[in-house]
Unconditional design. Structure first.
Length: 197
């Protein structure tokens, strides 16, 4: 319906265009919920692919720092984008040298250029005996290893539970490309929740 000047009358839709009914409250809530869910999934994928990833510790090679079946977060961002160098003492996650389909978690002992030796279970780094408070005496073996210089782009890693760890003493150093994360936080069990050192 039009007034005398030909303009549509307020509140009346133009001829031939049916009015659009407003969405029902239930449908609107469902659409908002689906939108929020989609955004959350995208954010979760970005976080898991590029920032933090939850992993389960399998085995006892890092006892007592990490225990079997413990759940931790690893930081994939800091090494991937060069915000930090891999340093001595870092607990890193990497593809196993003898089976790239598996992951290992160990502590970095030697970085490129370091001279590493083991004398009856005591690590000697660049001629100095290492203090390792994270290795209880009961977990220390008495095995020796001849001195070796860590090659460029590689790292010497050991488990904290030395007498039950498969590590650089067995299969050599780990390449930088194989290391994909740094263990940073225990989130399960709740009794062990906290940052890793």
């Amino acid at each position: 319906m039009q007034d005398e000047q030909g303009a549509p009358t307020a509140g009346v839709p133009p001829t031939g265009v049916p009015p659009t009914p407003p969405p029902s409250p239930a449908a609107a809530r469902t659409l908002f919920w689906l939108r929020d869910l989609a955004v959350s999934v995208v954010i979760a994928i970005i976080v898991i692919l590029f920032l933090y990833q939850p992993v389960k510790v399998e085995g006892t090679s890092m006892t007592p720092s990490l225990i079997n079946d413990e759940r931790i977060f690893i930081n994939k961002f800091t090494y991937r984008f060069g915000f930090a160098d891999i340093g001595r003492g870092d607990t890193v996650v990497f593809w196993a040298p003898e089976d790239p389909a598996r992951s290992y978690i160990k502590r970095v002992i030697g970085v490129p250029g370091d001279l590493v030796e083991i004398d009856r279970g005591t690590v000697i780094l660049n001629g100095q005996r290492m203090e390792e408070p994270y290795v209880p005496d009961d977990n220390r073996d008495r095995v020796s290893m001849q001195a070796r210089t860590i090659e460029p782009g590689h790292y010497f890693v050991l488990g904290d539970h030395r007498n039950s760890s498969n590590d650089s003493r067995s299969w050599g150093t780990v390449s930088r490309e194989a290391i994909y994360g740094k263990a940073v936080f225990v989130y399960w069990p709740l009794t062990r929740i906290g940052l890793l050192h």
